[in-house]
Structure formats: structure tokens, C-alpha cells
Design a protein around this ligand. Sequence first.
Ligand code: FES
Length: 65
Amino acid sequence: MIVCHCRAVNRRQIEAAALCGAATVRDIVGACGAGGVCGGCRPVIEEILDETPAALPLRRAVAVA
Ligand code: FES
């Protein structure tokens, strides 16, 4: 399923970026471009990051810092 229509990025690509260490929407923008144009997909990217177990420790670390 396409999540970011501006960059044609699907959910699996975002999950893969999270598994490689992307913990924030900004990280996802840097990794695959999703979220970097209109921003309309950013809430969905946040949800995916919250649902990706590998990203959770990194997200907690970012929240504390
Ligand atoms: S839909 Fe993702 S930046 Fe526009």
C-alpha cells in the first residue's frame, strides 16, 4: 500500500527504513523521501513507526533526549 503518494513510497519501505534505524519522520524523509514534500503522509508515518517494534527503543531515546 502506498503511504506517500508524492514520493511513491509504500509501507514496507518505511518499515525497512525503521528496521535500519530510522526513528523519526525526519529520519524517514532522509532515508526514502516519504513525508518530505506535502507532509500529508506524516501522521501515517508516525503510526507506522509506533507499530514497528524495532523502532520503539530508538523512538523512546529520541523522546528523552
Ligand atoms: S504524501 Fe507524502 S509528502 Fe506528500
